[in-house]
Design a protein around this ligand. Structure first.
Ligand SMILES: NC(=O)c1ccc[n+]([C@@H]2O[C@H](COP(=O)([O-])OP(=O)(O)OC[C@H]3O[C@@H](n4cnc5c(N)ncnc54)[C@H](O)[C@@H]3O)[C@@H](O)[C@H]2O)c1
Ligand SMILES: O=P(O)(O)OC[C@H](O)CO
Length: 317
């Protein structure tokens, strides 16, 4: 089975390296191949060199020849990239590796794939995985979610490596929402730590954030066990506790009132906006996500955000 990775940012590059290491044939598609072709390194993952077995291409039609396509662009670019395929992707598995909610449709990556490429089978690869760790071959475990159980099983075997243990699930909505929502909570945690609050604050935010994640996911049809797994709790723990996380670092910068490089991918900021709109539409209480949206757009300070959250009416857990 041949595999193409679409998007040569940090994660796409790391995935291509990881899969190639286990002997599979991999093509890595980049919008701009110049740096990759001359240095064999992605500007987004400096210091990591692509092995010879990864072919780099700027030709989307060539990538579309692969049996399995891993979509590793940021969430808000997913539909733009899918629109650029000008041949049908019948019989292909499309595995979204991005974590977020599309702002135009307020849907996750699987729904975007199904809407734009109904002839293909959508799947999700998500869970605790920093690109740098994956590229170094450090062990982790991820969730591979696909509604079609047989295709999910086949993808699990295709994409697992000795260091990358994949657990299979048919709960696509739960897997994608866990990955999207944990980024929002990581921004909140970073902001509190940046303001000088402590590990107790972070633990409380992670727990109440997890309650929000589960509330929204179950409302949208997910299974609660999925949220307790790698794609939810697993990735939440990683992202809220490590300065390797860009979402957490963005939050830290907000808390410290320092500028943050706007070219760095921070999926949680747009996800917080999407969740705020979605929660309003369906009438769900998502106070931490709503506060992160206001923080990210600069319409509230960290101090006021915390004060507002703490002064909500006392309730049962
Ligand atoms: N970096 C990680 O550790 C990591 C881990 C797991 C999941 N992810 C997820 O993977 C997705 C991508 O993140 P990343 O870290 O690779 O981002 P990145 O910022 O490192 O790279 C994004 C890449 O996407 C490309 N891109 C952006 N818009 C595009 C478009 N319209 N057409 C073609 N290419 C486009 C950029 O040129 C860039 O190469 C995100 O949703 C992220 O949450 C990242
Ligand atoms: O750097 P972040 O915050 O985008 O997190 C990367 C991955 O999602 C961690 O699993």
């Amino acid at each position: 089975m041949s595999i193409a990775v679409i998007g040569a940012g940090a994660f796409g590059t790391a995935l291509a390296i990881s899969i190639a290491r286990s002997g599979a044939e991999v093509t890595l598609w980049a919008r701009d191949t110049s740096a990759l072709q001359s240095t064999r390194q992605s500007l987004r993952l400096p210091g990591v060199t692509l092995p010879e077995s990864v072919s780099v291409t700027g030709d989307l039609a060539q990538s579309a020849l692969a049996d399995t396509l891993l979509l590793a662009t940021p969430m808000q670019s997913l539909s733009t990239v899918l629109d650029q395929f000008d041949t049908p992707l019948s019989g292909k598995a499309l595995v979204a590796c991005c974590k977020g909610i599309d702002l135009n449709t307020l849907t996750g990556p699987a729904e975007v794939l199904s809407r734009l490429k109904p002839e293909a089978t959508p799947a999700i690869l998500t869970g605790p995985s920093f690109a740098a760790d994956i590229a170094r071959g450090l062990p982790t475990a991820l969730t591979l979610a696909c509604q079609d159980e047989a295709i999910g099983r086949s993808l699990q075997h295709q994409l697992a490596t000795p260091a990358l243990r994949l657990y299979r699930s048919t709960d696509v909505i739960g897997a994608e929402l866990g990955g999207a929502l944990k980024n929002v909570i990581a921004i909140a945690c970073g902001a509190c730590i940046g303001q000088g609050m402590g590990d107790s604050t972070r633990a409380a935010l992670m727990t109440r954030g997890f309650a929000e994640m589960t509330r929204l996911a179950i409302h949208l049809g997910a299974r609660s066990e999925t949220l307790s797994g790698l794609s939810g709790m697993g990735d939440l723990a990683l992202t809220c506790m490590s300065e390797q996380s860009r979402n957490y670092r963005f939050g830290l910068a907000l808390g410290q009132e320092k500028p943050f490089d706007p070219t760095i991918t921070v999926e949680g900021a747009k996800t917080a906006e999407a969740v705020t709109r979605l929660a309003q539409q369906i009438g769900l209480d998502m106070p931490i996500c709503q506060m992160v949206h206001q923080l990210s757009t600069g319409s509230v300070s960290v101090t006021d955000a915390i004060r507002t959250l703490l002064s909500r009416p006392l309730k049962e857990e």
